[in-house]
Design a protein around this ligand. Structure first.
Ligand code: MN
Length: 242
């Protein structure tokens, strides 16, 4: 594949990721998904400031890891792009990042009593424990948005080597090796939150063991599973018409 075709394919997949996350209720007017630039690991691609539900290829902008637009052409970027740059900076293994405020996930960011944990095989990708980052710990009273690289780096430190971190009173950040892996994890993070809340109403849930998580993740992040899920979500979101 030529480098131009390669970039076009990456942008196309990123547009589909936007539409899928919107259709699956992970993002609404807010939230975003990015991908590391296929030719330059020091840059990433992210839509301009609009809902993922209506993002097209023309909206995809290129940024340095510090969040500077390479060629803005009048497009306005998302304020919270430091979330993406800081994760790419710290994690060479990460090539896609999702930030969202899924309503089902947020309660677990504010309840010290209930920690989000993997409850079913398809959501094992969220990991054995999901850390919670609180912007107030280091930055005091803010509007809770991650708008500086210092805030982004602090959030990335809480994410550590994992795939998911919750953001207190705000939402979450999800990291993946590919766009498909990150989208998969973001969707099943929301599913896990719904199921865990229901299970907790019934009693004391039994969570997956770390050995089970390891085996489930291997399957769930295999190309076979990721491609099958992607085909399904793409069809639901009407991506073939784009
Ligand atoms: Mn946000």
């Amino acid at each position: 594949m030529s480098t131009t075709a390669d970039l076009a394919a990456t942008i196309r997949e990123l547009v589909h990721a936007n539409r899928i996350l919107a259709h699956e209720g992970v993002v609404d007017a807010f939230g975003h998904v990015s991908v590391r630039h296929p030719h330059d690991p020091q840059r990433y691609l992210l839509a301009c400031s609009r809902s993922p539900a209506i993002v097209t290829a023309a909206d995809i902008m290129e940024f340095t890891l510090e969040g500077e637009a390479v060629d803005a052409r009048g497009r306005r970027p998302y304020a919270e792009r430091p979330i993406h740059g800081a994760v790419y900076e710290m994690r060479p293994d990460v090539n896609a990042v999702v930030h969202n405020h899924a309503y089902e996930v947020v309660p677990f960011s504010v309840s010290g009593a209930a920690t989000l944990r993997a409850i079913t095989h398809v959501s094992a990708v969220i990991g054995a424990t999901v850390p919670v980052w609180d912007i107030r710990d280091k930055f005091g009273d803010t509007n809770l948005l991650v708008v500086t690289m210092a805030q982004g780096r602090d959030l990335a430190a809480t994410l550590g080597g994992g795939r998911v971190a919750l953001m207190r009173g705000h939402g979450c950040v999800v990291a993946g090796g590919t766009v498909r892996a990150a989208v998969n994890t973001a969707i099943y993070l929301r599913v896990n939150a719904m199921l865990q809340q229901q299970a907790m109403q019934l009693g004391d849930p039994q969570f997956l063991s770390s050995g089970e998580i390891e085996r489930c993740v291997e399957l769930q992040l295999s190309a076979l599973a990721l491609d099958r899920a992607w085909e399904y979500w793409s069809a639901r979101a009407g991506c073939s018409a784009l």
